[in-house]
Design a protein. Structure first.
Length: 736
């Protein structure tokens, strides 16, 4: 590697510097099309000293003024040399160009597909594209099969959907965002995880515990933040086609425009499955006295889904950045009993969604930046589950103004204003007292956050939000603190504590329970949910036999002050009411990642959940929630990096099952789920195949009362897979 030495800059004492005696500037590359591209990670330093810094993702740097004269400011970056430099707008700007005399250097290395930060004050785990490609990963709900932090569970025996949980609580308590903007909330809490194709996602950040107040007030157990591929880091064309042994087809096509001031991505997705698959034994239709293969209910719904996302990013200014995005989705999901049954049970779900969102911001100059985030969304959902009919319409807008001020290396502030406006028009009839309602939720708030880092070993982030909710006409405060301490360069300890609140979409978040003959009752005085979450994280990076490993321990507790209790303890009733008593969730998780031998990575994980809620005066464990989970994962890459092998085993512990006449047990049996994936790579072409649930484990009698769905019927008491072994085959092609 050749060192790039910048020309000397003699600092004249009469130059006007900022109040903190800081010198600021940018490091840029002049691209072939004439535009300037920021260089991330360039080293900027005073020659002959150990005083230096690196550029951020926008190419910006800040460095303390030299205390000696004359002083020479230099920059180094592998493969580049200096083209020119200027002093403009009180900034030292350096332009680099690729070195023409740099000899070829071959560097071989391995990057983990899952990374845990040792320096971030907030407990964050990042899943890369490589991690997502370890499984079929057709959508977001299937992106965590090789991860211990987020649990994948089964929704019901009709819709074929999977849900997620974290820290012992349902996924509705996780704040799910796209590049720090709201993604899944409101009506999307039901099926929104399936609207995000895995092929669109570049990375996923999993934040455990209380996150930043800047991102909103809804994070009870953590945050999942998606990063879609951006134009500058996407292939010009990326194509992924998938099929499985049941006949499901998926097609994803991604295009990127990578030149000019406006750069763009176009993402498209198509899913299609139109077969009746039933592997659950023999069903007798009493109406016509004939036998049918299976229990009469299809194991997988017939699905037709089309989705697209078009994003445009503006890179034509050294001061401003902006983007505008439009996302749309159409889905028809049909399930229930097979067509040849008289008076069949029908589950029919139709979703239509359109979302336009934008960002505008200034690059960090003089320690100051400002950003605006805004979004408009309309979502129509019509659903039928036997006698139960739900129609919903969500019309939403979102606005967030963020101001950031960096004073010096120790102190920085972020503050701003956010506003959420949601109008829900809902109609529900069937096994309930019919109702039509229109509800308008207006939630506006102010927030501020202070980051203090007196040394590299210690950093604390404290923040508070104050949000006003129009329905209850009250203020909701959300204080949060995240602290990081590094006793050594290989170890980090984090403490977090804070409060959150949310407005529950009672029916939408529990549509799976409508696949039953339960009579539905909703309390007329449902109030927003509030809880505090606190916990500790310890991470240790070690070397054993010259190979790297990492151990991670998480201990978290969530205590509810207000909660909407979902009560299915009576087999004939589905009740929603405010908490009257205690409710809490404890979660302990231990992970180990280690390279056993060259290119063979092992991952071990174990989690214990203890979640208790008061149901009509009685404290009980939350039903259908496993009390523990264990993960075993092996990932191997051969010498040429052309073959990738992945093997995953999940061991799911016992779950409490509510009492039902057709069940003679109250706790499920623990079970194993085993998946594998094999990928063969060429230069621009991947062929992958694999299997899910390869030992064909399924829940016995998943649909109770299937012969008479008008009474004593329940397809929602699901704790294990309904569908058995599935093998799949896929192709990925990239035009780089």
């Amino acid at each position: 590697m050749k060192r790039i030495v910048m020309i000397a800059i003699v600092l004249i004492a009469s130059f006007s510097l900022n109040a903190q005696n800081k010198i600021e500037g940018k490091v840029l590359e002049l691209s072939k099309d004439g535009s300037f591209v920021p260089i991330f990670g360039a080293n900027v330093y005073w020659e002959g000293t150990s005083i230096g810094t690196t550029t951020d993702i926008n190419g910006d740097y800040y460095i303390n003024e030299a205390e000696f004269f004359p002083a020479i400011l230099s920059v180094s970056y592998v493969g580049y040399t200096v083209d020119t430099n200027v002093f403009i707008n009180n900034q030292y700007v350096f332009y680099l160009k690729p070195s023409i005399d740099l000899d070829q250097v071959d560097v071989e290395g391995r990057r983990n597909t899952t990374n845990t930060s040792l320096i971030a004050p907030i407990n964050t785990q990042t899943l890369s594209t490589g991690e997502l490609q370890k499984a079929a990963c057709c959508n977001l709900s299937e992106s965590f099969e090789t991860n211990t932090s987020v649990d994948v569970v089964y929704s019901d025996a009709v819709s074929g959907l999977k849900k997620i949980q974290m820290l012992g609580l349902d996924g509705s308590y996780i704040q799910i965002t796209n590049e720090s903007m709201p993604l899944i909330r409101g009506l999307q809490r039901s099926y929104g995880l399936t609207y995000v194709p895995g092929s669109w996602v570049e990375s996923i950040q999993i934040i455990k515990g209380m996150g930043s107040v800047v991102n909103g007030y809804e994070s009870f157990t953590g945050q999942i933040n998606l990063e879609y591929f951006r134009p500058f880091n996407a292939d010009r064309l990326s194509w992924n086609v998938y099929t499985n042994t049941e006949g499901k087809l998926e097609n994803n096509l991604l295009l990127a425009k990578k030149n000019g001031k406006w750069q763009s991505n176009l993402f498209t997705h198509v899913s299609y499955f139109d077969k009746e698959v039933d592997h659950n034994g023999t069903y007798h239709d009493h109406t016509i006295h004939t036998d049918h293969s299976g229990d009469g209910f299809v194991d997988m719904p017939r699905v037709k889904q089309f989705g697209f996302l078009n994003r445009w990013q503006y890179l034509g200014s050294e001061k401003y950045r902006g983007q505008i995005n439009i996302r749309g989705m159409l889905e028809e999901r049909m399930a229930g009993q097979t067509k040849d049954i008289v008076n069949p049970y029908i589950a029919d779900i139709d979703n239509k969604l359109l979302n336009v969102y934008a960002k505008l911001g200034t690059l960090n100059t003089c320690g100051k930046s400002i950003a605006i985030q805004t979004s408009l969304l309309i979502h129509k959902q019509d659903a039928q589950f036997g006698n139960n009919v739900y129609d919903g319409l969500q019309e939403s807008s979102f606005f967030n103004l963020i101001r950031e001020r960096t004073f010096n290396d120790f102190h920085s502030f972020r503050y701003g204003f956010s506003s959420y406006a949601d109008r829900f028009t809902e109609r529900f009839e069937g096994n309930t007292i019919p109702y039509d309602q229109v509800r308008t939720d207006l939630i506006s708030g102010l927030y501020t956050e202070h980051t203090y880092g007196p040394s590299e070993m210690f950093k604390v982030v404290t923040g508070i939000r104050a949000d006003y909710y129009n329905i209850t006409e009250g203020l909701y405060y959300s204080p949060r603190t995240n602290l990081r301490y590094n006793p050594s360069e290989n170890t980090v300890l984090r403490l977090s504590a804070g409060k959150a609140f949310r407005v529950s979409q009672t029916l939408v978040e529990n549509l799976n329970y409508l696949n039953s003959s339960r009579f539905v009752t909703i309390d007329n005085a449902i109030v927003p949910e509030e809880a505090i979450n606190y916990g500790i994280n310890a991470t240790y990076c070690f070397y054993l036999f010259s190979r790297e490993g990492i151990i991670n321990l998480d201990i978290y507790r969530t205590e509810f002050q207000n909660q909407v209790v979902v009560d299915i303890e009576d087999q004939d009733r589905l009740l929603f009411y405010n908490l009257d008593g205690s409710s809490y969730a404890n979660s302990i998780q231990l992970d180990l990642d280690y390279e056993l031998v060259s290119r063979l990575q092992i991952r071990l994980g174990y989690k214990i959940n203890n979640t208790i809620t008061t149901f009509n005066g009685q404290q009980k464990s939350v039903p259908l929630l496993p009390d523990y989970r264990a993960l075993f994962n092996l990932a191997y890459t051969n010498n040429s990096k052309k073959w990738l092998f992945d093997f995953t085993t999940n061991h799911i512990g016992a779950s409490r099952i509510p009492i039902h006449d057709q069940l003679d047990f109250q706790y499920s049996e623990p079970f194993f789920l085993v998946n594998f994936n094999i990928t063969k790579k060429w230069d621009d072409f991947d062929l992958y195949f694999g299997g899910e649930n390869i030992f064909n484990y399924t829940q016995d009698n998943p649909i109770l009362g299937s012969d008479d769905w008008s009474s004593n019927f329940d397809a929602s008491l699901i704790y294990a897979p309904v569908h058995g072994r599935v093998c799949y085959l896929g192709i990925r092609y990239q035009l780089k």
